[in-house]
Each structure stands twice: as structure tokens, then as C-alpha cells.
Design a protein around this ligand. Sequence first.
Ligand code: 5GP
Ligand code: ZN
Length: 143
Amino acid sequence: MGECIFCKIVNGEIPAAKVYEDELIVAFLDIGPINYGHVLVIPKEHHQSVSTVPENVAGRMLKVASRIGIVLKRREEYDAYNLHLADGTAAGQVVMHAHMHVVPRGVEDNFRWNWRQLNYADGQAAAMAAEIAGKIAAALEEK
Ligand code: 5GP
Ligand code: ZN
């Protein structure tokens, strides 16, 4: 993974403003924050997709990300935080080393997620739920 920028941060080949590190994960400030204090939490091991990150590592990522969120929301300018993870280019993943964003939020931070809400046609939600449900057991077995 010689060209992966986040592996280089893990290995200390390029600098980052680290806020947390243990044997499994590293957390550091995003270089282009949505709000100041925006943190990225990454596994030390290279995985393009979060789906292949071992469960104990993924669990550590979520635990630490949520606690960083707590630390951030206790600052005067923030009241809350978003956790965000893009898996794949169409989802907005730019750096192909799995990472979780911790975005501190304030009521007047003037940032809006571009969120939309479609409506299901009759029966469409039930059919889709059944299809997904039927495939999860096999997907859980994939490495
Ligand atoms: P993605 O769109 O892949 O979910 O997010 C990638 C994030 O990584 C972006 O928010 C971007 O600002 C951040 N980023 C990209 N390169 C670097 C870097 O070299 N150092 C740091 N600290 N953050 C980076
Ligand atoms: Zn990497």
C-alpha cells in the first residue's frame, strides 16, 4: 500500500495532527474540516472498505469516534456531532483507506447535509427488505 496517504500517516511518513492512537487505530484532524476539530478515525491496517475491517477494530473505531464526538460537543461552539463513513466512490469516498469522520456540529454552523427522502410505492419496501434480509447471512460469512 505504498501510495496510500493514510498508510503513510499511520507509518509516520507524512505528518498529521493526531488526537488518538492505540494498537489498532489512529485518529487525526481532517486537513479540510467541515468544522474545526473534524476528525478522521482509521484502522492502522490498510482496508479499502470498512466491510473487511475486523470486527474488533471496527468496534474500536466506533467507540473512539463516539468519544471524540463527546469531547468535541463539550466545546462551547458545538452541541452535537455526525459520524460519517463513505464506502466507495459513488458514496463520496476519495481516500481509499477506510475511515470514519467525526464532524462536530453547532446549531448555527451553517452546514446542511444534502439529505433527501424518497417514497416507496406499495409493496416496494416489503420486497426490498425481504431481498436484503435473505442475503445478509451469506454476506456476513464473506471475508
Ligand atoms: P472521504 O471523502 O474519502 O470520506 O474523505 C477523505 C477526507 O480525507 C477528506 O475530508 C480530506 O479532507 C481528508 N484528507 C485527504 N488527504 C488528507 C491528508 O493528507 N491529511 C489529512 N489529515 N486529511 C486528509
Ligand atoms: Zn492505507
